[in-house]
Design a protein around this ligand. Structure first.
Ligand code: SPQ
Length: 438
């Protein structure tokens, strides 16, 4: 635990106002990846200036791509084409970012040079076999630690071959990794998903003029085409907006408008789940911006009720469960989550870490192997640990809106990986939160 940043939240209060949360993390990563291997110049606006997306940006700079910015969300990428990347001088350090490591492993498997991918302690514990095993079936050469974790040592090859892969888990990172490898593989690469996951890679490849075939739960790509640079307007991240969707729902006398939020239907599980719980959420001004749907979202206070969360919504809200557990703690009755074992292999074990923290705040929360059972009631004050997980830190900050005494959250530095403006935007809306270095 680095414990260099501690949040202290004073109990109660309301959230009111109108904000635009920063750019979508998933789309920001992909804007750099696809912009780098496209032909021509990509102008990105709304880029997320946070550590994870910057790790991807730095990796491509290290592979010889000229990238200007970010400057107030603007990035210019001078694409080098599919074959134009250069061998990096040393290992590519990807910090805390699972997306960077898994997507890059696919892209780098088919290069004419070798590369090494490293990350921080958390990333070095996360499972990588989910990408290295199907990549090996495509003839990729990737070494991992004995337990299948990073560092990854990739021996580039021109011998990749397309496969048909039935994904055993619903994962946009695995799907995207294999699509990127498919750009370099002989023949066709087809991926079948057990459930829909975010489809930004597919949309953005198509946006760059690269043919992709999508049929039901299958997506196919064939090598031999080119990507054309296009301008990319990154919508606000619904995963960051989620903290205020829950915050304004659980706090009294609250009304918040979140502008220009991405509402791609593979990401809106948070809205569906909160609505099933009785939340007062309205979408207006729905429009398509550069191949992605966005809307302004208005959320007001409401008395939430406990529900059994439909399993098909789990992959569509996968990053929002830490804060949804806080919503459940404030709801009347019992909320049950099942089918979410993937939460155990995120930046932390999000089931155990949230259950421990909620119990610390005297919430009736029981971790199960694949989810959680939460009986709504009072939230007391106390001290919790985020275990270096950005979404856990921000979720417990939101819990302060309904706690009876201050909540102290330790180890919050990694909020900078996805949402560096969290403290200032949350304060602007009315959350009584302060950051102190120990
Ligand atoms: O990048 P990282 O660390 O894996 O980030 C997380 C997050 O909470 O920010 C997961 F911990 O988001 C993933 C998400 O869970 C981002 C992502 C993507 O951009 O493709 C896909 C999801 O992961 P997965 O494992 O379900 O494919």
């Amino acid at each position: 635990m680095s414990d260099s940043i501690i949040f202290t939240v004073q109990p109660g209060g309301s959230l009111n106002g109108e904000i635009r949360v920063p750019g979508d993390k998933s789309i920001s990563h992909r804007s750099i990846i696809l912009g780098s291997i496209a032909e021509g110049t990509t102008h990105v606006t709304g880029f997320l200036e946070a550590e994870d997306a910057l790790a991807t940006l730095k990796a491509f700079r290290a592979m010889g791509v000229e990238i200007e910015g970010p400057d107030d969300g603007k990035v210019t990428i001078y694409g080098v084409g599919l074959k134009g990347l250069k061998a990096p001088e040393g290992p590519l350090y990807l910090g805390n970012s699972g997306t960077s490591m898994r997507l890059l492993s696919g892209l780098l498997a088919g290069q004419s040079f070798n590369s090494d991918l490293t990350g921080d302690d958390s990333l070095s514990k996360r499972p990588m076999r989910r990408v290295t095993l199907p990549l090996a079936q495509m003839s990729a050469q990737i070494q991992t630690e004995e337990d299948g974790t990073a560092p990854l040592s990739i021996t580039g090859t021109s011998e990749l071959t397309g496969i048909h892969y039935d994904m055993p888990i619903a994962s946009a990172q695995v799907k995207s990794c294999l699509l990127l490898a498919g750009l370099y593989a002989e023949g066709e690469t087809t991926i079948t998903e057990p459930a829909p996951t975010r489809d930004h890679t597919e949309r953005m490849l198509q946006g760059c003029g690269y043919p992709i075939e999508r049929k039901g739960n299958q997506v196919s790509i064939t090598s031999g085409h080119r990507l054309q640079a296009v301008n990319i307007d990154v919508p606000s991240d619904i995963s960051s907006a989620a903290f205020f969707l829950v915050g304004a729902s659980i706090a009294t006398n609250s009304s918040v408008r979140l502008n220009h939020v991405g509402i791609n239907e593979t990401r809106t599980g948070i809205i569906d789940i909160l609505k099933l719980m009785g939340a007062d959420i309205t979408l207006t001004n729905e429009r398509e911006v550069g191949g992605e749907w966005v809307a302004d979202i208005h959320v007001k206070s409401s008395q939430l009720k406990g529900i059994v969360i439909p399993e098909q919504l789990v992959p569509l809200a996968i990053d929002e469960f830490p804060v949804l557990f806080v919503a459940a703690a404030c709801a009347e009755g019992v909320t049950v989550l099942t089918g979410a074992e993937e939460l155990r292999v995120k930046e932390s074990d999000r089931i155990q870490v949230m259950a421990d923290g909620l119990q610390q705040l005297q919430v009736n929360a029981e971790a199960t192997p694949d989810g959680m059972i939460i009986r709504g009631g009072d939230i007391e004050g106390g001290e919790v640990i985020s275990h270096g997980d950005h979404r856990i830190a921000m979720a417990f900050a939101i819990a302060g809106l309904r706690s009876k005494a201050p909540i102290v959250i330790r180890d919050c530095e990694n909020v900078n990986t996805s949402f560096p403006q969290f403290l200032s935007l949350a304060s602007e809306l009315g959350l009584n939160i302060a950051q102190n270095k120990p």
